[in-house]
Design a protein around this ligand. Structure first.
Ligand SMILES: [Zn+2]
Length: 477
């Protein structure tokens, strides 16, 4: 028997406009441009806490069912390293913003130990014979989310992270398309129980392993799964596992030993004397809690009532904006038609261009009109998708996004055929394909699809497959 315990420390960059303790912007810039005396730690400077960062950290605490600490303080974690020009990092040790939460992965409850705020160190860029430092990152607000070792497999760790990332996107605390948006330290311990006969005691269980190894600085959920899988394989082939910290190399897909693991209390921690103890009022807490956006899990439960397939709902849930659009469309239109338009045609096109809905200027009113056209049989599904492709294409080319009707005019689109004309094509096809009709009648289902295809060709795609099917069924039974 084997027992695997995996715990994660997830670093999330909060989307504030300025850094955690100074007013330097967090936006992209030339190296070492977004810096000041405070984030470089010049003598005599004092940090000033960014309130927005607290608000975002509290939102995370609420979304993960944590206990909120109404009173908390900051500490200095002292160590010397070139990425830390102050020689200490401001973080939280004794009192994190919140603690004791949970996130469920199917039947497994993953306990959240703590959620705390801290500043990011500078970025180190290693080149052949020298090292470059970019202090733009120094002081960027991070939240660290620490789980208990409740995850049971690398796969589960990946699912957990994907779910966590989805929640964080839905409560608008971070932008994960940014560099360093989500970074993970993963720890794993594998315990093997082997049964063997003892001389006097009979059958005994022998416990092997159970040593905690940490893998540092992995970017993204997929890499975490790969790194943990590699680590399991490595440990299986060892007689004795050493307690240590290892680094994941994304290029070679292996972990390498970094150092013997040091404990948190081996760092010099002192209270940060330049920052006050923070005390939050009930009013502020209530406000943050009551304004917390609806979480994906709850949205999913609501959407499932519409009798839409779970796959389509999951696609809608990949972006908060898709779910907002869905709800707007449902105010006026059928739920299924709205979901299909967004989850299939729109999402597929966005994916193709590597875009998100929030990046593209597509109006809900435009989408409503496309559904109208579909429901009046004025366009087919194919054409609906073409309209959307054209509209997103306008955005990609940097042009003003056209309205659906304008797209149709530009495409010199002809209205779909009247029923009587489609029926004539159907009759033609039935007459010209006697063998396929016969095959269909003796039970060859694929012959029916062939006949539909033939009619489609004749109509020049100006009739929907659904309508052709109906009419064809009437003729051949
Ligand atoms: Zn600064």
């Amino acid at each position: 028997m084997q027992e695997i315990k995996i715990g994660l420390e997830v670093h999330v960059q909060l989307n504030t406009e300025s850094k955690l303790f100074c007013s330097c912007p967090t936006s992209q810039a030339e190296p070492n441009r977004n810096v000041c005396d405070v984030c470089l730690g010049f003598p005599g400077t004092k940090p000033v806490l960014n309130e927005k960062a607290i608000e975002l950290a509290l939102k995370i605490g609420y979304a993960l069912d944590c206990r909120i600490n109404k009173k908390f303080l900051f500490s200095r974690k002292t160590y010397f390293y070139p990425d830390l020009s102050k020689n200490f990092q401001i973080t939280q040790l004794e009192t994190p913003v919140s603690s004791g939460g949970k996130l469920n992965i199917k039947d497994n409850k993953i306990r959240i130990r703590r959620v705390h705020l801290e500043e990011d160190p500078a970025k180190i860029i290693r080149e052949e014979d020298h090292v470059l430092l970019d202090y733009n990152r120094s002081g960027i607000p991070l939240v660290e989310i620490v789980t208990e070792p409740d995850l049971k497999s690398p796969r589960e760790a990946r699912i957990f992270l994907q779910k966590l990332q989805q929640i964080l996107e839905f409560i608008y605390v971070g932008d994960f398309s940014k560099e360093g948006g989500i970074r993970v330290d993963a720890n794993i311990s594998m315990t093997k129980y082997e049964s063997k006969y003892g001389y006097e005691e009979g059958l005994v269980e022998e416990k092997k392993g159970g040593v905690r190894v940490e893998i540092k600085n992995i970017s993204g959920a997929k890499e975490v799964e790969k790194a943990l899988n590699y680590e399991m394989l490595r440990q299986k082939n060892l007689l004795e596992v050493k307690r240590e910290t290892r680094l994941w190399n994304e290029k070679t897909k292996i972990t390498i030993s970094a150092r013997e693991k040091e404990e948190e209390d081996e760092y010099g921690y002192i209270f940060e004397p330049d920052l006050p103890v923070i005390e939050l009022s009930d009013k502020i807490l209530n406000e943050i809690q009551s304004n917390l956006p609806e979480l994906p899990e709850s949205k999913k439960r609501r959407f499932l009532k519409y009798k839409i397939s779970p796959e389509i709902i999951d696609t809608l849930l990949t972006e908060p904006e898709l779910t907002h659009y869905f709800e707007y469309l449902c105010e006026t239109h059928n739920e299924k038609a709205s979901a299909v338009l967004l989850a299939k045609y729109l999402k597929r096109t966005l994916n193709y261009h590597n875009l998100k809905l929030k990046d593209v200027d597509i109006d809900v009113r435009h989408l409503r009109r496309i559904i109208d056209l579909l429901q009046k049989y004025l366009i087919t599904d194919d054409v609906a998708e073409i309209i959307i492709r054209e509209m997103v294409g306008d955005h990609v080319k940097g042009k003003k996004v056209r309205e659906p009707e304008q797209v149709l005019r530009d495409l010199k689109y002809e209205k779909p055929l009247e029923e009587e004309r489609i029926r004539k094509f159907v009759l033609d096809v039935v007459r010209e394909n006697t063998k396929a009709v016969k095959d269909y009648k003796i039970g060859k289902k694929e012959s029916f699809d062939y006949l539909i295809g033939q009619v489609m060709k004749k109509t020049g795609r100006r009739a929907s497959a659904k309508r052709i099917k109906e009419l064809l069924k009437r003729e051949v039974g």
